[in-house]
Ligand binder design. Structure first.
Ligand SMILES: Cc1ncc(COP(=O)(O)O)c(C=O)c1O
Length: 408
């Protein structure tokens, strides 16, 4: 049994998907960093919305439309509170982290100039690399890379030598999806700000694990996805300081994002609608608010204690598997363990674990530059959430030992 004060039996009842067999074995879901499971509150909110309130938003013509609008906008307030944004207009709905970064990078490309520098880190997900490369291609900017050490921690001091008068943007992840490293983003933001850079933080892997306060961080932009935070797919959040969002051009044109349209001249809507062209993801926003309410209703301190217990147990038990190398041993980590086992391909580890009912992720994890740096083509990755148990961690290692014996 777990030592945490979380009632895991009660919690797991809220996640019906966990209660099933896969390949004749009880499912052990260790892939929450790719997409987290959804509590009943989310499933019920989706059903409630479509059974009772479904209509388009902001059209104001009838009762269902009013209800849908009220709930959709209330979800924005929930997100504002969740990350402590100053104003609700700073919360933009997007399709996900990826789209949010594309909106920022594409928008900033119109103000960047040839030779300007965009700093990203070695451990970024492709979502925080490729949009910047595309932006750089448009405006002639240059990508600079902040490196990492052997433990998988950012070389914070190297930032000082990267910064110069051409540095314009710092875009880094709060938490690495491969290494699990929690980066000292507040320090990075402060260094960047002193040099006048715009700061963009990819929070996709941070918000499911610890509290984030965007005013305290003082970043210009912070982005994350609903589906990694126990909400539905197809929805994400772009937080931006009002002044930054005001000066960023819209990403897409269409309905909703306009104030007035004529063939001579079109003017844009106020924030946040300037960035929300077309019919938005309404049931997704409403049910995402239910996910946040559920998550924030838990004892967050106990969640963190439990998740760290899962991680410590995994790191300890890894020592018993000869040839297993953990990739990412930073001092500050979320419960994500990437690893390789000598003589075994990561995709074989994944397939063989799946036969035991255990779902992990294998491959490059959308972080090819990091894989190149590590000198591996891919890793196996077990990622945990608060609904995982210590017994599941034990089972992972029992199965890994079994797999290793098969190949011995
Ligand atoms: C750190 C990080 N950034 C960005 C993304 C992209 O998120 P999405 O696919 O939800 O847009 C992911 C997804 O794995 C991620 O882990």
């Amino acid at each position: 049994m777990s030592n945490s004060t979380l009632n895991l039996d009660e919690i797991r009842q809220q996640f019906p998907i966990l209660n099933q067999e896969v390949n004749g074995k009880p499912l052990i879901y260790l892939d929450s960093a790719a997409s987290a499971q959804k509590p009943l509150a989310v499933l019920e909110a989706i059903e409630h919305y479509y059974r009772n309130d479904n209509s388009n938003v902001h059209r104001g013509a009838h009762t269902l439309g009013d209800r849908a609008t009220k709930n959709f906008e209330a979800a924005r307030d929930t997100v504002q509170k969740f990350i402590n944004a100053k104003s609700r207009q700073e919360i933009i709905w997007t399709k996900g982290t990826t789209e949010a970064i594309n909106i920022i990078a594409s928008g900033l490309s119109s103000s960047l100039e040839k030779g300007d520098e965009i700093i990203v880190s070695r451990m970024e997900h492709h979502a925080n690399i490729v949009p910047w490369q595309m932006a750089a291609e448009k405006c002639g900017a240059i990508i600079r890379v902040l490196d990492i050490n052997e433990q998988g921690e950012l070389n914070v001091d190297q930032l000082d030598s990267l910064l110069n008068e051409r540095s314009k943007v710092l875009a880094v992840t709060h938490v690495s999806n491969v290494l699990g490293t929690i980066n000292p983003v507040k320090t990075l933001i402060q260094k960047a700000q002193k040099n006048g850079l715009i700061t963009v933080i990819d929070g996709a892997q941070a918000v499911p694990h610890f509290q984030v306060d965007v005013q305290d961080l003082d970043c210009d932009f912070y982005v994350f996805s609903s589906h990694k935070l126990f909400g539905p797919t197809g929805l994400g959040v772009l937080y931006g300081k009002t002044a930054q969002l005001e000066s960023l051009p819209p990403y897409q044109g269409g309905g909703e994002m306009i104030e007035r349209v004529s063939f001579d001249h079109t003017t844009y809507n106020v924030l946040p609608y300037k960035f929300e062209a077309g019919t938005p993801a309404i049931s997704e926003a409403v049910s995402f608010a239910a996910a946040i309410d559920y998550f924030t209703g838990l004892d967050r301190a106990a969640v963190e204690v439990h998740e760290q217990a899962l991680l410590v147990s995994a790191h300890e038990q890894a020592k018993n598997i000869p040839g297993l190398r953990i990739i990412g041993t930073a001092k500050q980590k979320v419960p994500v363990m990437s690893f390789e086992i000598e003589g075994l391909h990561s995709s074989d580890i994944g397939t063989l674990l799946d036969q035991q009912g255990i779902g992990i992720r294998t491959g490059h994890h959308c972080a090819m530059p990091l894989m190149d740096y590590l000198g591996v083509s891919g890793t196996a990755r077990a990622s945990f959430a608060f609904y995982n148990t210590l017994e599941e961690v034990d089972q992972l290692f029992t199965s890994l030992a079994k797999i290793q014996r098969m190949f011995a």
